[in-house]
Design a protein around this ligand. Sequence first.
Ligand code: GDP
Ligand code: PGA
Ligand code: MN
Ligand code: MN
Length: 612
Amino acid sequence: MADIDAVLDAAGLRNQHVRDYVQHWFAHTGAERVEVVHASDDARLLREALDAGEIQPAGDGRYYSRSHPKDTARSEERTVVATSNPGDLGVYNNWRPASEMRPLLEERMRGASAGKTMYVVPYLMAPPGSPLAPYAVGVELTDTRTVVLHMIRMARVGVEFVNDLADPSFFVRGVHVTGDLDRLGQGTPDDQRCFVTIADERTILHFGSSYGGNALLGKIAHGLRQASYDGWASGEFLAEQFMLLGITDKQTGRKYHVCGGMPSASGKTNLAMTLAPDALGDRYRVDFYGDDIAWLRVDPEDGRIYAINPEFGVFGVAKDTNEVTNPTAVDAIAPGTGTIFTNVAYNADTAEVWWEGKTPEPPADVTGWRDWKGRLVSERAPEEKNDPWAHPNSRFTTTLANVPNIAPDFDTAKGVPVDAIIFGGRTRDREPLVRAIPDLAEGVYDGLTLGAEATFAAEGTEGVLRYDPMSMRPFMSYPEGAYAAHWLKVVGAATEQPIFAHVNWFQRDPDDGHFLWPGYRDNLRPLLWLMRLRDGEVTGRRTPAGIVPTVEELDLSGMELPPGDLDRLLGVDTARWRQEMGYREEHLAQFADLPEEIWAAHRRVAADFDAE
Ligand code: GDP
Ligand code: PGA
Ligand code: MN
Ligand code: MN
């Protein structure tokens, strides 16, 4: 057995609690050697991964990686939140007793890293110095080098984040063991995969994947599941699947901050990267703060809600990313950015990558091109000819520093004050382009009743409408009733309330199914309307579902939308909404101890529709 102490000494890892934890899991997983990772190790780790064939060159300091074909998305069914308190059972958290899950994971992980290196990845999921930083410290142990390369891009990584803690034992303990991906029975009744957050022990044990949120434990398991539990247990903060952006109006000098939740693969990353439409000139600038996670707290100094993005990078959906939809993203993954592409199509001869929507048509000369499963496109069977080249959930991973519109103050310790909280998702009808909700309880109620079409970012049925409260359904760690109460408490304590809104970029034409709203860069327009509403410059049109813009209030300069489409985009279909109110009642009735304020908001909206 290697001399672990010598390795930890050489890496400058002084925290004895971390050292003990490493020793324990090293022995348990049977790894052959230990390596402590620092962000500055990136270049060497890339070389090693290239030499080992784990990644391939994708041109000018960018890389291509392919995950196992049965390991291409998060698995909600295999994800569990465990604690020692049966009262923590919620509707969506798949709660199990810690006393059952810990031994199960220990069993799966015993000896399962034999022959491999155990990488020790100390990290911080917060801007340094943040008041929430104590909750953001963690150590991921992983047996997969590509996971380390992703962690270096997505989190702040180094021993300095664990060495001098006020309470050296207060860090999240994350263990990731990949397992034999060929033999895990993925999707069968005998599925061996298991992704557990033992929230009251601040321990994360993930077995059976090396993909995205299943394997980068700082991101979703810690940044969302553990953090939302910590935020509730401490009473101090909220951790949500939110993007976070700034809008500067250069004419007035005002700056607004908007955060908001949309389910995975529903537009958060694109929204945070929005480049103002050309037709609006250079009056507005959108600053990127975050695209997937925000932690929110009330600052004692001015009593406002402040948000931080705990992450350090972007794990973005590749599909349809191009110069027209998202020029900002194209720059963020350009030559020299160190971007890692996962499960896109790849050409080893030319070191190029491609995905659906990168260009209107795939490369005409298919020579050398392989699809995301590694099959030569030229050799695909006739029935495979129409399969996408890239997996729909293929991704790019790049650090925040590469995002051209990164906010100058993105890592300010305090975070930024929040003016608006929005919810949205893929909804083909019913949901207008934007509806504003000035009331706190109605805003929280709106988030809890977010209904959207399931996407390819999780295993399951794509396109089926389902409720996804505040887009947190896959990350919910404590009961929904308590979650709603915690929201009312935290946001209710603010001296200045943010305005809520619901947005929908995905309404479709009922006849031919095309998107009625062009989306992407034009999404800034409804947000600008929302800010004007907040400032009292417009009044909108009142509906039972909230305030919607009039056609005149929405800045549509440079756009050509068929008038019928616009009516539909801004319309609230009373019959359809009355039906929806019934579904909502059933949805909310699942949640124990839902605060009376939420039920009152529901009854108010329902009564308003009845009175229409
Ligand atoms: P996230 O997973 O929530 O961050 O969503 P992304 O911003 O990565 O977008 C997911 C997918 O939706 C990508 O394929 C985008 O191209 C697409 N998308 C994003 N915004 C829009 C939009 O406004 N309209 C349409 N039609 N598609 C969009
Ligand atoms: P997404 O982030 O929401 O941008 O898809 C990744 C995830 O939630 O797994
Ligand atoms: Mn997400
Ligand atoms: Mn995203």
